[in-house]
Design a protein around this ligand. Structure first.
Ligand code: GLA
Length: 388
């Protein structure tokens, strides 16, 4: 009798673990994004108004505008690509907006040298009430792999009763690890938890961005709190870029780009790439700023000195003699700002200053560099000097 109940219990536990995870992986490998991911996502501009045709046009624009050459790679379908209900247990693309399904779209992106990202959710339903992945993690991971998906953004809406957030994300990570295709895992749970770096390649540290100056600045401050968790292949994500969406000035958008880059944040454009102003394109494709974001040392820059609303951010680069610096003026008037070598980990004496927006070396300066910074603006530099 004892033996019988033991084996029954073993059977129950075994069955539970198989059906609950569907994917038995011990290794949560996540070295798929050694530098912060770069790409485009449909949500900020288009919300639920996405279609196969739109995504094709965005992919084409990504190439023709030079965004791809600048490093943008992932094209991600956010919420609403899918139907509210499954068919035969599988997620299905909305046949009205994605009549060919997802696989041909992935093929098209791959043929352009781009990659496909897709959105799902740990709950039974997504935030927009489409079918979510709860209980179907393995099926969905296998389908994503079969379609050619390269990146999954996994949201936090409508969790199942009594489910654990950590377990839900871990299960999907394991299923993605076992799906036979390398797939970047982007955790979108609107705030940091300390288990996230062991499960995600990137994780949202904040709630949603809006296309407003004040909100953008709030996200920068929140993201700053989690610097110690960021490292190569593990990225704090303060949400996507709003550059080009119209709610901020070009100066403010340039500040978003400088700040995201000095923070080694994922650079996920969220605008209509088919209709960019020259200023928007110039901002999004500044290769010198992008090089700071993508520097292989992978350090998240930090505030090294701050007066009231005048902040100096610095980021060590893989060249030990170089520091990237952002002088950020949050006030509504132009302000003189200065960066002192000592404050950013360089020795006193002469150092070379390069302006990443003028694209020129400004020359050698002693001990500090002073500059006027526009209201809500920022100056971005690389300073080369002697290390302390
Ligand atoms: C949440 C996410 C957003 C977006 C929407 C889609 O709010 O944080 O980034 O994916 O859901 O419904």
């Amino acid at each position: 009798m004892k033996i019988k109940s033991f084996s029954f219990l073993t059977f129950v536990l075994f069955t539970f673990s198989v059906f609950n995870t569907g994917c038995n992986s011990d290794s949560l490998n996540h070295n798929l994004a050694p530098t912060p991911p770069m790409g485009w996502n449909s949500w900020n501009k288009f919300n639920c108004g996405i279609s196969d045709q739109l995504i094709h046009q965005i992919a084409d624009a990504m190439v023709t505008t030079g965004m791809k050459d600048a490093g943008y790679q992932y094209v991600t379908l956010d919420d609403c690509w899918q139907l509210p209900t499954r068919e035969n247990g599988h997620l299905v693309a909305n046949p009205e907006t994605f009549p060919n399904g997802i696989k041909p779209l992935a093929n098209y992106l791959h043929s352009k040298g781009l990659k496909l990202g897709i959105y799902s959710c740990r709950g039974r339903f997504t935030c927009e009430k489409k079918a979510g992945s709860y209980d179907y993690e393995n099926t969905d991971a296998q389908d994503f792999a079969a379609w050619g998906v390269d990146y999954v953004k996994y949201d936090n809406c409508n969790p199942a009763l009594f489910s654990s957030q950590q377990e839900d994300y871990k299960r999907m990570r394991e299923c993605l690890n076992n799906c036979g295709r390398p797939i970047v895992f982007s955790i979108c749970a609107w705030g940091f938890q300390d288990w996230m770096p062991s499960i995600g390649d990137l994780w949202r540290t904040t709630g949603d961005i809006t296309d407003k100056w004040q909100r953008m600045v709030e996200l920068v401050d929140t993201n700053e709190q989690y610097i110690s968790y960021s490292s190569p292949s593990h990225w704090n994500d303060p949400d996507m870029l709003e550059i080009g969406n119209g709610g901020m000035t070009d100066v403010e958008y340039r500040s978003q780009f400088n700040l995201w880059s000095i923070m080694a944040a994922p650079l996920i454009a969220g605008n209509d790439l088919r209709a960019m102003s020259p200023a928007t394109l110039e901002t999004l494709t500044n290769k010198e700023v992008i090089a700071v974001d993508q520097d292989p040392l992978g350090q998240q820059g930090r505030v090294e000195s701050s007066g009231k609303d005048l902040l100096i951010y610095a980021k060590s680069l893989s060249n030990p003699h170089q520091k990237a610096v952002v002088l950020f003026n949050r006030t509504a008037s132009g302000c003189p700002m200065s960066v002192h070598w000592k404050a950013i980990g360089l020795a006193e004496g002469k150092a070379n200053v390069r302006d990443l927006w003028q694209h020129k070396d400004l020359g050698e300066f002693s001990n500090e560099y002073k500059v006027m910074v526009l209201p809500h603006g920022s100056t971005m530099l690389v300073i080369t000097g002697e290390t302390l």
